[in-house]
Design a protein around this ligand. Structure first.
Ligand SMILES: [Zn+2]
Length: 362
């Protein structure tokens, strides 16, 4: 131990001497520069074992240092999160790379709710959908809801009515009389007379479209047998005002945007399918039911409603009617001789406008 202690002492002195020589001696300076600081440290550690050897016997040192492998649960979680985020970004990027025509061709095959969800993905998709809402909406309605579109036509805008008849429609006296004869419903916001034609047909089509959205709102209650909230006569709770206002906003959007019109029809198709399922289970209800298979319901189109079924003669004037409402499909009747539905039986906008003009000159 004493010899070893003396050896380490000599080695340290030797190293100190080498470093001090490196400052003045040119050969030693090159030696230090070529090997670098790491080498010097290794020499210090190795010196005691080779203290007795001359510098000529020493083997060249190899740099075996390796990068440390970092492993922690936190790092792994971060890596997984990053990988997930990257995968999502790659998916979006690949969709973005598709040509616009191909994206639009795909969107035409989707239900409107999926197209609107796609629209919310990013700014480019929003602009793409908005710019093509008209053609997309028309294509989707043609493929999926051609029958429902005939049952629920859009009311006409006042701007599209003959300018000579417009003042007659918004006439204060006429509006007052209309208000007396047609009391506002709890579940439907009255149409804006300065935006829409308020002939009887257009009021009815407005009411029908608002009704589809209100009926859709209560499907979970009806499926689970939860009673619908009752509103005492004369009261207007805020939740109901908000609901009918929201429905009116959607129908107003549908007037000018066929994609929102298609979405409204999609909502009613879903409500109708759920109502048919409910009533099929209700053995106590012996009325004539709508014929629908689960395969037909899964298609997401209204084709199965071409089959003969019950008529929708009465407008559901109160939410109480929803309990027994199965398939509300107005504006058509079943022609037995031809074994098919005839559409457009109760919407007569032009004829109603003529009536408004005739009554005005009396
Ligand atoms: Zn009208």
């Amino acid at each position: 131990m004493a010899n070893e202690g003396r050896g380490r002492s000599r080695a340290c002195c030797l190293w100190v001497a080498m470093v001090s020589m490196a400052v003045d001696d040119e050969a030693k300076t090159r030696f230090v520069n070529r090997r670098g600081h790491l080498w010097e440290l290794l020499i210090i550690r190795a010196m005691p074992r080779h203290a007795g050897r001359s510098s000529d016997d020493e083997e060249p040192l190899e740099d075996n240092t390796e990068a440390l492998f970092l492993r922690s649960k936190r790092t792994e979680r971060q890596q997984k999160r990053r990988a997930r985020r990257d995968r999502k970004r790659e998916a979006v990027v690949s969709l973005v790379k598709l040509p616009t025509e191909l994206i639009l061709a795909c969107l035409q095959l989707l239900p409107p709710s999926d197209v609107l969800a796609f629209r919310d993905l990013n700014r480019r998709f929003r602009q793409l959908v908005d710019a093509n809402a008209r053609s997309l909406g028309h294509a989707i309605i043609r493929q999926r809801y051609s029958l429902l579109a005939q049952c629920f036509p859009l009311p006409k805008l006042l701007a599209d009515v003959d300018p000579a008849v417009r003042p007659l429609l918004v006439n204060e006296k006429r509006q007052r009389l209309m208000g007396m004869h047609h009391k506002p419903y709890q579940h439907i916001q009255p149409p804006d007379a300065h935006l829409l034609c308020t002939c009887l047909s257009c009021i009815m089509t407005w009411n029908n479209l608002c009704l589809t959205l209100d009926f859709a709102q209560w499907q979970n209650h009806l499926d689970h047998g939860t009673p619908l909230p009752m509103i005492p006569r004369g009261q207007t709770p805020a939740w109901n005002q908000n609901l009918v206002h929201r429905n009116a906003c959607v129908v107003r959007a549908a007037l000018t945007n066929p994609l929102w019109y298609a979405w409204t029809l999609e909502m009613h198709l879903q409500s109708t399918i759920r109502a048919i399922r409910r009533h099929a289970k209700n053995k106590g209800n012996q009325r004539k039911h709508v014929d629908m298979t689960e395969g037909e319901a899964a298609l997401g189109t209204d084709t199965f409603l071409t089959k003969p079924g019950p008529l929708s003669l009465e407008f559901p004037f109160h939410r109480d009617e929803y309990y027994m409402l199965e398939a509300y499909l107005p504006n058509r009747y079943w022609k037995r001789d031809h074994q098919r539905w005839i559409y457009g039986t109760s919407v007569h906008h032009e004829r109603d406008l003529e009536l408004v003009a005739r009554l005005a000159v009396r």
